[in-house]
Ligand binder design. Structure first.
Ligand code: 4NP
Length: 164
């Protein structure tokens, strides 16, 4: 068995967008019988919520759709850029912060945007941060994240995502 592909999802606080991205990707991979092929985690560029579980507004949004998950927030660290094969940023600001943390071109080449994989992105490259939005923000972010992780998994399986 080949080593699992290591995929890290990154947002700002690591309590709303990236924990959902990681756990939903993991869930979709498991449903497809691909659990062994992927090792998934998430992290935040900020440290305000380290140690906290996912935001309960997104947990409730997911539960209404039948998806249940939990996690524990942590801050991204420079070593993540070596130990993960692919790093998925939720918005361009997260990507910029990761690129600042990167120390070489190989690390930078691993960093991609979530919405590159959203078939309905239409040029909008952010998974909008629901922290500043109303209830619809959580539904919208969930939909974007679900579409994007499904496509990301399909693209990885098709060999069309080729990080370092
Ligand atoms: P996330 O959302 O980056 O999707 O986890 C946020 C959570 C908390 C804050 C900002 C964004 N905050 O400012 O504390």
């Amino acid at each position: 068995m080949a080593e699992p592909r290591r995929v890290l999802f990154v947002c700002l606080g690591n309590i709303i967008r990236s924990p959902l991205g990681a756990r939903l990707f993991e869930h979709k991979a498991a449903e497809a019988g691909l659990a062994e092929k992927y090792a998934v985690d998430s992290a935040g560029t900020g440290d305000w919520h380290v140690g906290e579980p996912p935001d309960e507004r997104m947990v409730r949004t997911a539960a209404r759709r039948g998806f249940h998950y939990t996690d524990r927030a942590r801050q991204v660290k420079a070593a993540d850029l070596d130990s993960f094969d692919l790093i998925i940023a939720m918005d361009p600001q997260n990507k910029l912060n990761l690129e600042t943390l990167a120390q070489n071109a190989a690390q930078r080449a691993k960093i991609r945007l979530m919405r590159e994989f959203d078939p309905q992105a239409g040029g909008d490259m952010s998974v909008p941060d629901p922290w500043y939005a109303g209830p619809n923000g959580f539904n919208d972010a969930y939909d974007i994240i679900e579409r994007s992780v499904e496509k990301l998994l399909a693209e990885l399986e098709a060999g069309r995502v080729t990080p370092a």
